[in-house]
Design a protein around this ligand. Structure first.
Ligand SMILES: *Cc1c(COP(=O)(O)O)cnc(C)c1O
Length: 355
């Protein structure tokens, strides 16, 4: 006899560690290439002397800091062990068996996994020909079983972003008992004034009595804390409350909480970095377009190359040039914007590939 595990989990991919190529430049995970700020490292080192104690399971101090920064009451916040864990908590908090979670595809890879693991049903709506959310098709896919809709803005992996009026028109037509989650992992790289700040948009919705909008943010990307695992949800109190109920106690560790606060202290410095990445994004995309690549306009810290059937070949080519990109075989490659010299190495590889 063997142990009985859930048969339905067989359809989920097992974890395969990423290929490590000595000396290669990693542009595969949308991390910020520059290392942590000295002030953040010092805060972590100082806090390390206290790790015999459990962390504050409610992340009260950080919650207070974020509430002030965002202009929302503290009961509108839930801190999580990375925003990917908050995605999981959102599904757990809204869905019972056979309830549906709707999202565009391709979008963030975690959405199908967390939905399936929670026992909910995933409904994927293809991106349109511009590699962006097809909001009309998403509205049409809502059923009485739909509990939640993920809207990744800007979208991972395509970098495309929805405008304020598009999102508002969408929310206006979503039933009020369906939660719309704006995943803003890349918000800090947005430089188009037509793309909303999701928290401000959500506040307006709440003020109008629409309590079905929530926003996810993370410290993993612009704030450079991917290795520490911390993010947050800004949500109406009914939603934030259930998120805290399904939270795995103590899962946001003490060093992550301290590092997040130190990063808020150093926000100006970090945002200067983001502007540098945005400038590099413009340069990289411009060069790729000049080389004949199709590259959708991107508002994130990566570019999307919809190479279709040539994606695997492009991936191998980049690996041979010691550049690790993120390939979605048969669809395209996502390439993170790194430091200028890293981007140059990628562009040299892209130049040597015949589009
Ligand atoms: C990277 C990313 C996140 C952040 O995940 P963390 O768990 O906070 O590291 C969330 N959503 C999207 C779409 C992402 O690309």
């Amino acid at each position: 006899m063997t142990v009985r595990t859930r048969a339905d989990l067989a359809s989920l991919p097992s974890y395969v560690p990423g290929r490590t190529i000595p000396g290669a430049i990693k542009l595969a995970s949308n991390e910020v290439s520059a290392g942590p700020l000295p002030s953040v490292v010092k805060a972590i080192a100082d806090a390390a002397t206290g790790i015999n104690r459990y962390p504050d399971s409610g992340s009260a101090e950080l919650t207070g800091r974020l509430a002030d920064k965002l202009g929302v009451p503290a009961d509108h916040l839930a801190i999580g062990c990375g925003s990917v864990t908050l995605c999981q908590q959102l599904v757990q908090a809204t869905c019972a068996e056979n309830d549906e979670v709707l999202f565009a595809w391709r979008s963030f890879e975690a959405y199908p996994i967390v939905t399936h693991v929670a026992g909910a049903k995933q409904i994927r709506v293809p991106l349109n020909s511009e590699h962006t959310h097809d909001l009309d098709a998403m509205l049409a896919a809502i059923t009485p079983n739909t509990r939640m809709v993920f809207v990744c803005n800007p979208n991972n992996p395509t970098g495309t972003a929805l405008r304020t009026e598009e999102i508002e028109a969408f929310i206006a037509r979503v039933p009020r008992d369906v939660l719309v989650v704006l995943d803003e992992a890349y918000k800090e790289f947005v430089d188009d004034a037509h793309i909303p700040d999701g928290v401000e948009l959500a506040k307006q919705q709440w003020a109008a009595g629409h309590n079905n909008v929530a926003v996810l943010r993370t410290f993993s990307k612009a704030y450079g804390l991917a290795g520490l695992r911390i993010g947050y949800a800004v949500a109406p109190p009914v939603v934030a409350d259930v998120l805290r109920k399904v939270y795995v106690p103590f899962s946001v560790n003490a060093l992550a909480q301290v590092a997040a606060m130190a990063s808020l202290d150093a926000e100006d410095e970090l945002m200067v970095r983001c502007r540098g990445i945005v400038a590099e994004r413009t340069r990289v995309r411009g060069e790729l377009l000049a080389l004949g690549y199709d590259v959708p306009e991107t508002q994130a810290n990566f570019v999307w190359l919809p190479l279709g059937e040539r994606t695997a070949e492009f991936n191998e080519h980049c690996l041979a040039h010691k550049v690790v990109v993120r390939a979605f075989v048969g669809e395209g490659a996502r390439v993170t914007i790194g430091e200028p010299d890293e981007n140059d190495a990628f562009l040299a590889a892209a130049r040597a590939f015949t589009v």
